[in-house]
Design a protein around this ligand. Structure first.
Ligand SMILES: [Zn+2]
Length: 283
């Protein structure tokens, strides 16, 4: 079990932005003060190559990101943003190549990034590129599970239709971005631990067991937490821990990617509880 992150990921974005460097800073400080500090590796700066980005994204879109400017009214692409985005993808590929379990403590997040368009604070789709890369290097059955409170529009566009990939995207109905895809599992606002854990037992677990994946990739967003300003759900820190335990029991190899979570204090607590549960089973 490894926790990968890198200081360059803190160089992108503004402290006044909702997806600010303070989020990841809070997570890293909590890990460094915890019993899991020796799992954290900040030394690897593997960058995704253009060929790897093209596993999901169009050449025109990649060129647009790499040349900088404004993605939209909310995100400026600086040189540091480009570096952070390339490393955020690259660290996932690093764990894949090492055939390790792990949690990518990265930003910018990825699951809203579509093949030809970034949005929702996301530039490149970290998890979708990892899934495509896994197929390229010989994995035959991959499960991708997204429990961020928002619809994973980008991941669905990138991965839908590939029978080697089972995608399940749990998200709150009528939240950003509007719409849903074939992989959507929609929960009403105000759902909490009971609803999420029942869904896990009744839907996620049997589907994953039937599919029998070699690798489970998880978009781990923590904005369904009861404290989060962007969602309207009531998951608790203990609830996230139970979800992590359940996922861990299902996966021969498990790699999590940090997505959303906008209450810095609880984001750090939720990541720490997730790591604690994963370490009970997979250290
Ligand atoms: Zn989110």
């Amino acid at each position: 079990m490894k926790l990968l992150s890198h200081p360059i990921l803190l160089e992108h974005g503004l402290e006044s932005h909702p997806e600010s460097p303070k989020r990841l800073q809070a997570v890293l400080e909590a890990i460094e003060k915890s019993p899991y500090h020796n799992l954290l590796d900040l030394s690897i700066s593997r960058r995704a190559t253009i060929d790897e980005l093209e596993l999901v994204h169009t050449k025109d879109y990649i060129d647009r990101v790499l040349s900088g400017g404004h993605l939209d009214s909310e995100m400026e692409i600086t040189a540091e943003t480009v570096e952070a985005a390339l490393v955020a993808v690259g660290l996932g590929l690093e764990l894949l190549e090492q055939k390790r379990d792990g949690f990518l403590l990265v930003r910018p997040p990825g699951h809203h990034a579509e093949p030809s368009m970034g949005m929702g604070y996301c530039l490149f789709n970290n998890i979708a590129i990892a899934a495509k890369k896994a197929i390229q290097i010989g994995y035959e059955r991959i499960c991708v599970i997204d429990f961020d409170v928002h619809f994973a529009n980008g991941t669905q566009k990138a991965l839908e239709g590939d029978s080697r990939i089972l995608l399940m995207d749990i998200h709150q109905e009528n939240l950003y971005p509007q719409g849903f895809g074939a992989a959507s599992i929609v929960l009403p606002a105000e759902s909490g631990d009971r609803e999420y854990l029942e869904l896990f037992e009744a839907v996620i677990k049997p589907k994953v067991r039937r599919f029998c994946p070699e690798l489970v990739l998880v978009s781990a967003g923590f904005d369904a937490h009861e404290s989060d300003p962007h969602g309207n759900m009531h998951l608790t820190t203990e609830g996230f821990g139970k979800l992590a335990k359940g996922l861990s029991e299902l996966a021969p190899q498990l790699i999590l990617f940090l997505e959303g979570g906008y209450n810095d204090y609880f984001l750090a607590r939720n990541v720490l509880e997730t790591v604690r549960q994963l370490c009970l089973l997979r250290l």
